[in-house]
Design a protein. Structure first.
Length: 196
């Protein structure tokens, strides 16, 4: 069994919602982000809550989609609220719903260690690998090729950069704006995943 499937009731619900609202490129990014994070955890012996991490990863970018894009909140905060609503419908207790939100919000920071918050760290690792190519060389090439064959990029880098640039223009104080200002487009454009 590959490391990018999570067949639980919560996982199936998250995949269904993500598939409904995210276009194929954004959906595949969410799955790849989970897969990179899960593989990183396996290689580093990190224990984590698989259901919590999978659900958070699958819906983490829904705040970038038109139905959930907030005119006031950064996309990761909007996505955190989507996770809270989804997991409330799944019957998760309030504390667990808050954790899903927190993971999504914190994935935009690069200073959360695995010791502090393993699920947030894994989502940060997974999204950074998929968006900017960070740590891609640490992953087995066979794993990466299989993941990309199953969940192709479909022009993700350009589409994602456009989404972040649009967020930055409307919300200049948000984390997406910081990513754009720090040269994120260049990093996304030179991601080695696009050459594999």
């Amino acid at each position: 069994m590959n490391t990018w499937t999570h067949d639980t009731a919560s996982g199936r619900a998250a995949l269904e919602i993500a598939s409904e609202y995210a276009d194929p490129a954004l959906l595949n990014h969410s799955v790849r982000s989970y897969a990179f994070g899960a593989e990183y955890a396996a290689r580093h012996g990190l224990a984590y809550d698989e259901d919590l991490f999978y659900v958070s990863a699958l819906v983490h970018d829904l705040g970038l989609t038109a139905p959930f894009d907030s005119h006031t909140l950064p996309f990761e905060e909007a996505g955190g609220h989507v996770a809270r609503v989804l997991t409330a419908g799944l019957g998760w207790p309030a504390e667990r719903r808050a954790r899903a939100e927190e993971i999504i919000v914190l994935h935009m920071r690069d200073d959360v260690t695995a010791a502090e918050d393993v699920e947030s760290h894994l989502l940060q690792v997974g999204t950074s690998a998929d968006v900017s190519g960070l740590r891609v060389g640490e992953f087995d090439r066979g794993f990466v090729r299989e993941l990309l064959a199953e969940h192709p990029r479909l022009g993700f880098g350009k589409a994602f950069t456009a989404l972040f640039e649009e967020q930055a223009a409307r919300k200049p104080g948000c984390a997406a704006a910081g990513w754009v200002a720090s040269g994120g487009a260049g990093r996304a454009g030179s991601n080695p995943l696009d050459r594999m």
